[in-house]
Design a protein around this ligand. Structure first.
Ligand code: ADP
Length: 353
């Protein structure tokens, strides 16, 4: 895209050169016409000679003006281009937020500079995201690591009985599992972005898949006294073309969130419907809900609301980023409707086989 703009710019410079040479050629021709008219004045009628002389003189003046204008334009554009090249040479990862501001002398190149500045903005946004992401990732991994270190130190210093050591190992195991989950989720997202996680597409029964998820969810819900319901609203079995493993992971992330953020004695409803072209799955809970200002961010990596952070059974903050990737990879959409202290509904729409 950018190289196309550079090519376009070079083409326009070449075009300007051609016009410049053409104008010179025409000026020469007009000069010849002028001398011709002088001869005519001498050899034929004086009146005809005078009128062609005036015409040729006007032409020469106009052409000289055009040549002057073009020469000025080319030198102004060359100066701006020299500034631009210097700006490109100096731009690095720390100065991506500094756009190129051209001198107003060469407006013809504005499209090129606008494209360049837009590219800088995009690069700046991606590098900021990468920096934020590495910061978040290290922070998320440092927390469980600090807990493991602290508990191990306490056990080594103060532990007396086998029971003390056992308790420390149990607690450490939980943190190690948490770190393992974070690393696994990070790897999934990194591979999905680099295209190293191709989908293994088969034709599968979404009705069966959700039935299995429901049984799992019901067992987990029973431990928290949460009732889980499955409503199969479609009047037939629903078939999809998709990656069985990834779809399971996606639905499980949504269902486990619903269970995680719903207090005891709440309800989680899994509903499957369809229209002519799509299967529509909604996962609705009666949990803590999400404040409106957080909704647009919850699919970002490591984004967690304060209410979620304050919970002891929090997840990795990567679950919904994976959900979004799986939904996009299946050409589907996901929507969220939520009300604080009432609950949330995540609706996934996927094209049917
Ligand atoms: P986590 O592992 O923290 O659950 P997710 O990426 O799955 O991370 O979700 C991001 C954030 O979105 C959560 O931390 C929580 O704040 C919010 N969230 C997701 N699902 C729900 C839900 N069903 N009810 C309330 N909040 C939710």
């Amino acid at each position: 895209m950018f190289s196309k703009k550079i090519d376009a710019w070079l083409n326009s410079i070449n075009a300007l050169r051609c016009v410049f040479i053409g104008a010179l050629a025409v000026a020469l021709a007009a000069g010849a016409a002028l001398s011709d008219s002088l001869c005519t004045m001498v050899h034929t009628s004086i009146t005809a000679g005078i009128s062609s002389f005036v015409l040729a003189l006007t032409l020469i003046l106009l052409l000289l003006l055009a040549v002057f204008y073009l020469a000025k334009k080319i030198s102004a554009c060359t100066l701006v281009m020299t500034d631009f090249i210097a700006h490109c040479d100096q731009t690095d990862v720390d100065t991506l937020n500094q756009p190129f501001v051209p001198e107003p002398a060469c407006r013809e190149l504005d499209t090129l500079f606008n494209a360049h500045n837009k590219m800088l903005t995009r690069l700046h946004e991606s590098t900021s995201r990468i920096r934020q992401f590495s910061g978040d990732a290290s922070h998320e991994l440092r927390t469980p690591l600090t807990i493991v270190r602290g508990e191990t130190e306490v056990a080594l210093r103060w532990g007396k009985t086998a029971e003390d050591y056992r308790n420390t190992l149990i607690s450490n195991m939980e943190e190690i599992e948490r770190m393992g989950r974070i690393i696994e989720d990070l790897l999934t997202l990194a591979k999905s972005e680099s295209g190293e996680l191709p989908l293994s597409i088969t034709t599968l029964s979404l009705s069966d898949l959700l039935q299995e998820m429901y049984i799992q969810a019901r067992n987990l819900g029973a431990k928290k006294n949460i009732e889980v319901h499955l409503q199969h609203e479609a009047d037939r079995e629903i078939w999809l073309k998709g990656d069985d493993l990834r779809l399971r992971q996606m639905f499980w992330n949504l269902i486990s969130n619903a269970l995680r953020y719903t207090p005891e004695h709440g309800h989680v409803h899994i509903k499957l419907e369809c229209n002519a072209a799509n299967a529509i799955v909604s996962i609705c809970d009666t949990g803590i809900g999400i404040e409106p200002e957080h909704i647009e961010h919850i699919f970002e990596r490591f984004y967690r609301t304060d209410a979620a952070r304050n919970r002891t059974d929090g997840g990795t903050g990567l679950g919904l980023a994976i959900v979004k990737w799986v939904v996009d990879a299946h050409h589907g959409t996901i929507e969220v409707v939520s009300e604080v202290n009432s609950g949330s509904t995540f609706t996934v729409t996927l094209p049917m086989a």
